[in-house]
Design a protein around this ligand. Structure first.
Ligand code: UDP
Ligand code: MN
Length: 362
């Protein structure tokens, strides 16, 4: 019988020894296999923790200097400078979108969100000046970029503008502005050119016209503005303009003095912008990084008094967002106030007249 034969074999000492060895090996292997896997984090050895830190840094950098940068994409690096205030819903779409768009073009870049945190009127040009000063160590050209304008056509190039400012949001492509000298929306400028132009004027508080002044600077300096060629998507399909006028009204009020001051400005620029950096924060939106710089601009009230609007005018601006019913109530209140002021004035006039009469009579 074969089984009987095997049992007899087991009794021989060398076979017993071999079986025992096999059994012990199997048990040890099983024990090792069921050991819980320990992560590197639980490890006390310092080398491994350093490894961990390095990996984390690669995934989410905490300083702008540590952001991933692909040197094989070329010698230039673009600072996307976004003048910003109170447009968070647009920012959430802008940052991941533009980050991907530029990566697809293999354009090395950093996105700077220059957030105006003081209580003055919005000053797009001064914020761009601040963005330039903050980015010029790491980048050698800038894109002044509206937060609400997304490039839709992949052929819109964000490459280094060697021969002078390159206006991406050209008048024949921008959804809204079509005049020949328009340079707003998205404009690429090499650092050396921006420096030569002394940046932008700091006199433009409130909406618009700072870009037109910048155009005059470019022409005065005999520089050339070039624009994309061969783009066939037209004014409706080249950009997405996320701006909704009815949701977000523009601060378009201009005082008489302000209007007279909108010519070519030879006095202010990059070398006169006054500001204070309140804080900086590296933010990731859907893994796309951007550096938020919170800026307090300074205003010389004696030079540009319109940087601050009188409450009376601010009130007028804020009623634009109210319902027609509430607008009527607000206007009625103003009329009532005016009525009481006129009545007070009449009373004063009367007493003055009585006083004058008394003096005449004596
Ligand atoms: N902007 C902002 N907050 C404001 C006003 C303007 O962030 O309260 C920035 C934003 O980047 C915006 C750009 O300035 O895209 C230009 O302003 P806006 O879009 O109102 O003007 P447009 O050129 O579309 O007439
Ligand atoms: Mn806009």
């Amino acid at each position: 019988m074969p089984i009987y034969h095997e049992m007899r074999l087991l009794r021989t000492p060398w076979v017993r020894c071999l079986t025992l060895c096999v059994l012990v090996t199997v048990v040890i292997t099983c024990l090792l296999a069921f050991q819980p896997i320990k992560s590197q984090r639980d490890c006390a050895c310092p080398e491994k923790n350093v490894m961990d830190l390095k990996l984390e840094k690669m995934a989410i950098a905490s300083r702008v200097e540590d952001l991933p940068d692909n040197l094989s994409w070329g010698p230039h690096r673009l600072a996307v400078i976004v003048p910003f205030r109170d447009r968070f819903e647009q920012l959430q779409k802008f940052v991941p979108y533009l980050h991907r768009f530029l990566n697809e073009q293999k354009v090395r870049h950093i996105i700077y969100i220059v957030n105006q945190v003081d209580n003055y009127r919005f000053n797009r040009a001064s914020l761009i000046n601040v963005g330039f000063l903050q980015s010029k160590q790491l980048c050698d050209y800038i894109a002044m970029h509206d937060v609400d304008l997304l490039p839709l056509n992949a052929n819109l190039s964000y490459a280094y503008p060697e021969r002078g400012p390159f206006h991406i949001a050209a008048p024949d492509l921008h959804p809204k502005y079509h005049y020949k000298t328009f340079v707003g929306g998205i404009l690429l400028v090499a650092n050396k050119h921006f420096q030569k132009l002394n940046g932008m004027s700091n006199k433009f508080w409130g909406w618009g016209r700072e870009d037109d002044e910048f155009y005059r600077r470019i022409i005065d300096a005999k520089m050339n503005v070039s624009r994309p060629v061969g783009i066939t998507t037209g004014t409706n399909g080249t950009f997405l303009h996320m701006h909704k006028k009815d949701v977000r009204s523009r601060d378009m009020i201009r005082t008489v003095e302000q209007r007279q001051n909108e010519k070519r400005d030879r006095r202010t620029g990059l070398d006169t912008v006054q500001f204070n950096i309140e804080s900086k924060m590296l933010l990731h939106i859907e893994e796309a990084p951007c550096l938020v710089i919170n800026v307090q601009l300074h205003c010389d009230i004696s030079f540009t008094p319109w940087c601050d609007m009188p409450d009376r005018i601010k009130g007028l601006m804020s009623i634009r967002n109210l319902s027609p019913e509430k607008q009527r109530t607000w206007l009625q209140q103003q009329l009532d106030n005016l009525d009481s002021i006129i009545r007070m004035k009449e009373k004063m006039d009367d007493t003055l007249e009585i006083k004058a009469k008394k003096i005449m009579d004596t």
